[in-house]
Design a protein around this ligand. Structure first.
Ligand code: GLC
Length: 744
């Protein structure tokens, strides 16, 4: 009996090999439909080859750079066997081509899907465009620019041999202690969702088979942005209501926009790790939202089921839980394939489930055109990455990302009769300006604040820069030296904040796994600012940071404050443009800025009972509110109008007039907030439901029409059904308030 089975298996394998080499009607035939090609290829694959398509490994150069030659060689062997479907952290286009060539030497010649964390530009790639980080892009309120940034990122990825980016991060962040705060679009579900959708469309266009398109990857599903203690991976204990009201909407919006892939989150939600959550990855994602793409694990998060969460007794148990819950691809490396094959052979995982997952991967590769075109032209790259056009977009986003928090007595823009400008602060130079998910870039590509000011200094002005050391190394003596220089100057600019720059920065204070238990300025930065302010020289504080920072003393005592977040490779130029009035700041905060870590967890769209009591000591409200941002000009809002009776299910069109009543031309992000006055369950005191950016010359007036999507009037009732209840809704915009009624 056993002999017959062996003979049968051998015959089957031989026939598959024979067919693959001899049947002209192969899956390489572009006249076949994608479905026919997928089915034809799948029919030729062994189980081990199928599992290989669900497995992702690290690039070999990355391993060799870390002295792991044997692992790199092993990876190359597996690629040649057709046992690896995807790679991440491939270092160069040359390496991408070489590894694709190994895949082409395999029996079935299935191309590799090569992925990268290109979160704010192709910023891990040497010489590519580095945009402002997500928190800055969100501050622009400019969805067109957000989409453009994603399009450029996709173009630079494809030019260098990558077809998939692990972006956009559509986590809603509700705790700035979290190291990844700057990697997200903020604390508001509507803003995060709109920005995430713009990125998905920018990356993918309306067809991923078009040139210069890449797969998006919405992450991290779900709710890593409100960890119980601010730390990455920490448990999320949020109600189903909060999941549906806050954390799900940006993912749902991105799924509806056609997001091709999704990454599960490291954390557990209410006792169940996301990577083992059938509720999240099947019930919600596939059955309720009809997600058609594929799910990739996060970094060793199948392994985390037994290493960190202890819900599995080993890799085989973890693999089984993850595959059955809805994970399709393993990130990364050894340890997944063997148990996965065994689970199928033992019948614990049906081959039909594996086939369904493999088909998703194969379809993706066919649609990306990888079977026809898997290599890139190395000579073409330098014409694409960080091109003049791409850098101009990076500069414009950086300009529009800057938030003017305070500007007493119009100290800014710097007056034209100013003679001596003093510049210091740890972030006036270095790579904090680039933010997380950025590796070292050519120095000539990075506009630090020093460089930006030096190269854009008005003729009659003199710039005196003093290097006071980095965030960790400011000393009393360097402060004393800075004071001496400040005393001799007409204005002092102090650049402080944090440093999320990924590439081994010696003074890193934030980024992926760098949460903080405090959100003050680290080190002696505040002492530096206080000493300079004490000289009596008018002082401007410029913040470069990847999270909201509690700066109560600065808010109280410094006349002008710019929050520039992490403005990217052109950041220094953008900051110079704002300081000298070449660009009138228009950014709005995508985060509330708390007065202290003790106010956490705080968010602007809180439920009414939060206002029932105050603290015994100190203010209850934040230092700066979500949506705050000043301009060098002033805008007057009037004529807020909309229909006073709305039928449930109708969108609400809102008209409002804005006039530039100042002397500077400027951009303004018109924001519409909504409050459901009386509801069957508690609803936020206000929530952002629409926004639009406009430009106005001095004295120019515009009537702007915005639409409140009907879904924004809905709530999850006591039975957790999403409904629109009749009743009165308050609309708030530019200080104006009016109401409409939803009638049955
Ligand atoms: C990390 C991050 C995820 C990233 C992945 C690959 O753990 O959580 O955002 O895409 O690994 O680098």
């Amino acid at each position: 009996m056993k002999k017959n089975i062996i003979v049968m298996i051998l015959l089957l394998m031989f026939s598959q090999v024979f067919l693959a080499e001899n049947n002209e009607n192969t899956y390489f035939d572009t006249n076949l439909t994608v479905e026919e090609r997928v089915n034809d290829l799948l029919s030729r694959m062994t189980l081990r080859e199928k599992i290989g398509q669900l497995d992702q490994y690290l690039g070999t150069a990355y391993k060799r750079k870390r002295g792991n030659d044997s692992a790199a060689t092993k990876t190359e062997e597996l690629i040649k066997k057709g046992y690896i479907g995807s790679l991440l952290i491939v270092s160069t286009a040359k390496e991408a081509n070489e590894l694709q060539r190994l895949a082409e030497s395999s029996r079935l010649k299935i191309p590799l899907l090569i992925a990268q964390d290109a979160i704010h530009g192709h910023a891990l790639y040497y010489g590519a465009t580095v945009f402002p980080t997500a928190v800055g892009i969100a501050s622009t309120g400019n969805l067109e620019l957000a989409k453009k940034a994603a399009e450029i990122t996709a173009k630079e990825l494809r030019a260098t041999g990558y077809q998939w980016t692990f972006s956009p991060n559509v986590d809603v962040t509700r705790d700035p202690r979290w190291g990844r705060t700057g990697e997200t679009f903020g604390e508001d579900p509507f803003l995060v969702g709109e920005m995430g959708k713009a990125f998905v469309i920018g990356y993918q266009g309306d067809d991923i088979s078009q040139p210069n398109r890449v797969l998006s990857c919405i992450k991290h599903f779900v709710a890593g942005g409100q960890p119980i203690d601010g730390k990455n991976f920490a448990p999320m204990d949020v109600s189903k209501r909060t999941l549906h009201e806050i954390f799900f909407p940006p993912f749902k919006k991105a799924v509806d926009a056609g997001a091709w892939t999704l990454m599960a989150a490291h954390n557990e939600v209410n006792g169940i790790p996301c990577h083992a959550s059938e509720y999240l990855l099947t019930d919600i994602l596939r059955n309720e939202w009809d997600f058609k793409g594929f799910v990739v694990s996060d970094w060793h998060d199948i392994e985390a089921l037994y290493r960190i969460h202890y819900v599995a007794d080993g890799m085989k148990d973890a693999t089984k839980q993850a595959l059955l819950a809805g994970v399709d691809m393993h990130m990364y490396g050894e340890g997944f394939a063997k148990p996965a094959v065994e689970l199928v052979e033992e019948g614990a995982i049906p081959i039909s489930l594996i086939d369904a997952k493999v088909k998703l991967i194969l379809e993706t590769k066919f649609r990306l055109g990888l079977f026809e075109n898997r290599y890139v032209d190395l000579d073409e790259i330098e014409n694409v990455i960080a091109s003049k056009e791409h850098r101009e977009v990076a500069l414009q986003i950086a300009r529009e990302s800057i938030v003017l928090l305070k500007n007493e007595n119009q100290l800014l823009p710097i007056k034209s009769d100013t003679k001596k400008i003093f510049l210091t602060g740890p972030n006036a130079t270095g790579n904090a300006i680039l933010g997380d998910w950025t590796w070292k870039q050519p120095e000539e590509n990075v506009f630090t604040v020093v460089k930006g000011l030096q190269e854009n200094l008005p003729e009659n002005m003199e710039l005196n820069y003093f290097d006071c050391g980095n965030i960790y190394s400011i000393t009393d003596s360097s402060i004393a030296l800075a004071v001496k220089e400040a005393e001799q100057s007409d204005i002092a600019l102090v650049v402080v904040g944090g440093n999320n720059f990924r590439d081994g920065a010696p003074d890193r204070t934030g980024g992926e796994n760098w949460a903080r238990s405090d959100i003050k300025l680290y080190g002696k930065q505040i002492e530096l600012v206080q000493a300079i302010e004490k000289t009596g020289t008018p002082t401007v504080v410029i913040l470069i940071n990847g999270r909201p920072l509690a700066i109560p003393w600065i808010a109280e005592n410094i006349p002008s404050i710019l929050e520039t977040w992490e403005p990217g490779m052109e950041g220094g130029k953008a900051i110079a443009d704002v300081l000298f009035g070449e660009y009138n700041p228009s950014g709005k905060l995508p985060f509330s800025i708390p007065r202290s870590v003790g106010q956490l967890q705080y968010w602007y769209n809180y439920k009414p009972s939060r206002e029932a009591r105050d603290y015994k000591f100190g203010e209850t409200g934040p230092l700066y509110d979500f949506g705050h941002g000043l301009s060098y000009t002033t805008f007057e809002y009037s004529n807020l109008t909309f229909t006073d009776k709305v039928s449930a299910g109708d969108d609400v069109k809102v008209k409002i007039t804005i006039k530039n009543t100042g002397s500077y031309s400027g951009d303004e992000i018109v924001q519409i907030y909504l409050n459901d006055e009386v509801s069957s369950v508690t609803t936020p005191v206000r929530k952002l439901v629409a926004f639009q950016k406009i430009s106005l010359e001095p004295n120019e007036e515009k009537i702007v029409t915005l639409t409140i999507p009907s879904i924004q009037l809905a709530l999850y009732n006591r039975e957790m059904k999403q409904v629109i209840e009749p009743g009165v809704f308050k609309v708030m915009a530019g200080g104006l308030i009016d109401k409409f009624e939803v009638v049955e």
